[in-house]
Design a protein around this ligand. Structure first.
Ligand code: SF4
Length: 283
């Protein structure tokens, strides 16, 4: 098979033993469920996790649980340095939706380095009910495949796979976080910052400590747009964010008459609305 790429065409090997099979785990439910789904379907599959060193404790716990189920080690990639070191090189300018160097340097590059020039099939956990594009490497030796789409597995199917395997949903969902990835991820919603503050006050403090003047122009960048974490943690502001979130959930529940408010608030059967983010960090 000849693969098209932005560079030169490349000839895909006919010998299947020359092709590696890799599933990149994020610590999220979709990639975890895909690992379960593929465990007995794909031989010699390799599981990897790109550790930024700024992950939630829940993520490490979930990966350990998953290793137990898979009976196989999940390889942790590194990126040769630390987030703090890269941040210093970047003049202290925090990553954001417009300056997303964190994903490139701490997730995508380690992924491509791990594969090198080997031919590789990359299994991606985008579900049948999702209309979005996953990370597709521009490297011609990497082919992305989407087993959940091919097998018609949607959100409920992922939940079922995780329940039946005994793994369950990622632990952070119990306290209302919707995404895996760094504890300070700028993609999280304000309600998630409030919950982080309540659940892991020390991580909230650490995130807050990054909000200081950068060395390029002296501006202070905030993780969540125009509001600092110092302002957001004020009790009246946290109460306001929680109140707004509850009202929004009640509005959503009214449009889902077949589900009880408790179900909607508890997120039992519907996926919490997520803002766009990096799939390699969150799937
Ligand atoms: S989880 Fe968020 S902060 Fe961490 S690498 Fe991904 S996009 Fe960047």
């Amino acid at each position: 098979m000849t693969e098209k790429s932005t560079g030169s065409p490349i000839t895909w090997p006919e010998d299947p033993s020359l092709v590696r099979h890799i599933l990149s785990l994020s610590g999220g439910k979709d990639s975890a469920a895909l690992a379960v789904h593929l465990r007995d379907r794909v031989e010699n599959i390799e599981y990897i996790f790109h550790d930024t060193g700024k992950e939630l404790p829940d993520t490490y716990e979930y990966l350990e649980r998953l290793e137990g189920y898979l009976g196989q080690k999940i390889v942790r990639t590194t990126f040769g340095t630390t987030f703090d070191h890269i941040l210093r090189i970047k003049g202290g300018m925090l990553p954001s939706t417009h300056r997303r160097w964190c994903t490139d340097l701490m997730k995508l590059k380690p992924f491509e380095n791990y594969i090198g020039d080997d031919f590789c099939i990359n299994y991606v956990g985008i579900r049948a009910d999702e209309d979005r594009v996953g990370y597709i490497s521009h490297k011609p030796n990497i082919r992305a495949v989407f087993p959940f789409r091919e097998d018609g597995i949607a959100y409920e199917g992922v939940q079922r796979i995780l329940e039946e395997s005994g793994l369950g949903m990622p632990p952070y969902t119990e306290w209302g976080r919707t995404r895996s990835g760094c504890f300070f991820c700028f993609y999280q919603q304000k309600i998630e910052w409030v919950r982080l503050k309540r659940r892991y006050p020390e991580l909230y403090e650490e995130a807050k400590s990054y909000e200081k003047p950068n060395h390029i122009n002296g501006n202070v960048f905030y993780w969540c747009g125009t509001e600092s974490l110092s302002d957001l943690e004020q009790p009246e502001r946290m109460a306001q964010i929680e109140g707004n979130w509850n009202k929004a959930q009640i509005r959503i529940a009214k449009h889902q008459p077949n589900r009880s408010l408790a179900e909607t608030l508890g997120g039992l059967h519907v996926e919490p609305r997520r803002r766009e983010g990096c799939l390699i960090c969150q799937l």
